[in-house]
Design a protein around this ligand. Structure first.
Ligand code: SIN
Length: 270
């Protein structure tokens, strides 16, 4: 498939496409930004190969799609607070994102997307899995969709960062969002709960909430909704954080995997 500007190669029927024909380090005109955005709206996560950019160029790329967000749990680079390092090596005791999640869903306005640029990869392993929350929602029975549609749930990151950084005295964001959100651009419905961040469904008993969250956490892991990306040095992944979840596989210890991410602000889910 291709539009006038880009070659777009879908990777599965549900989610993911590789994009060719653009150098992301260069200034992009409106038509190119629109073409990339259109591809993202259709495929939910898009991948680019052989890209080389500086931190300033990474931020410029992100800003074509919105204002950049700061990470509440992880400090950005000293001269580029909007960029977080995604890095693991032989000294790492944890990595970012080896659980199913959408980035910063605990914010009152969770990000619209993230752009991850990886420059150093292990010889094997270190893939990232992405799951389509449109596909996950669409696969539910009408009765389950009707049950979930009006519900809201709490998204909290305090338990995660307290465990990772027990010495840091800080309160992290915690907000309530719809269990099923409507994508602001495509107007499609998608599931918006995750195993790592969603702690409670409002209006249900504790036992009911746990059971429903357990079911949904298992449901989003269905391989039918997923694409698995095999990184190469200088690959880029741009995901729509509103309608996807992702999981970074840490199967390469003690090898090094390293890159940088910018995150683009979003709006309040409805
Ligand atoms: C993340 O942003 O959650 C990390 C993704 C990755 O390292 O592949």
């Amino acid at each position: 498939m291709s539009d006038a500007l880009l070659e777009i190669r879908p990777m599965t029927r549900q989610i993911g496409a590789e994009i060719f024909g653009v150098d992301l380090s260069q200034p992009l005109d409106q038509a190119m930004v629109a073409a990339i955005h259109d591809a993202l709206m259709v495929h939910q996560v898009i991948f680019f190969r052989d890209q080389h950019f500086t931190h300033a160029e990474h931020k410029r790329l992100g800003r074509y799609f919105g204002e950049l967000a700061l990470h509440s749990g992880v400090a950005g680079l000293p001269d580029h607070p909007e960029i977080v390092a995604i890095h693991a090596d032989a000294n790492s005791t944890y990595i970012a994102g080896d659980n199913w999640h959408s980035d910063l869903s605990e914010y009152d306005e969770p990000p619209m997307g993230s752009i991850l640029y990886m420059h150093t990869l292990p010889d094997s392993g270190g893939d990232t899995l992405f799951s389509s929350m449109y596909a996950a929602y669409d696969a539910l029975s009408p009765a389950m969709r009707a049950f979930l549609d009006p519900l809201t749930a709490v998204h909290d990151s305090n338990h995660i960062y307290r465990e990772l950084f027990p010495d840091v005295q800080k309160t992290y964001p915690c907000n309530t969002h719809p269990v099923v959100r409507t994508h602001p651009v495509t107007k499609r419905k998608c599931l918006f709960v995750s195993e790592s961040k969603t702690t409670r469904i409002n209006g249900l008993s504790k036992a009911e909430s746990s059971a429903v969250l357990r079911f949904l956490a298992d449901h989003v892991k269905d391989p039918n909704f997923q694409v698995r990306f095999r990184w190469q040095p200088h690959s880029v992944a741009f995901w729509d954080n509103r309608c996807t979840q992702h999981f970074a596989v840490w199967d390469y210890f003690p090898d090094t995997r390293s890159g940088t991410r910018v995150t683009i602000k979003g709006d309040r889910p409805y």
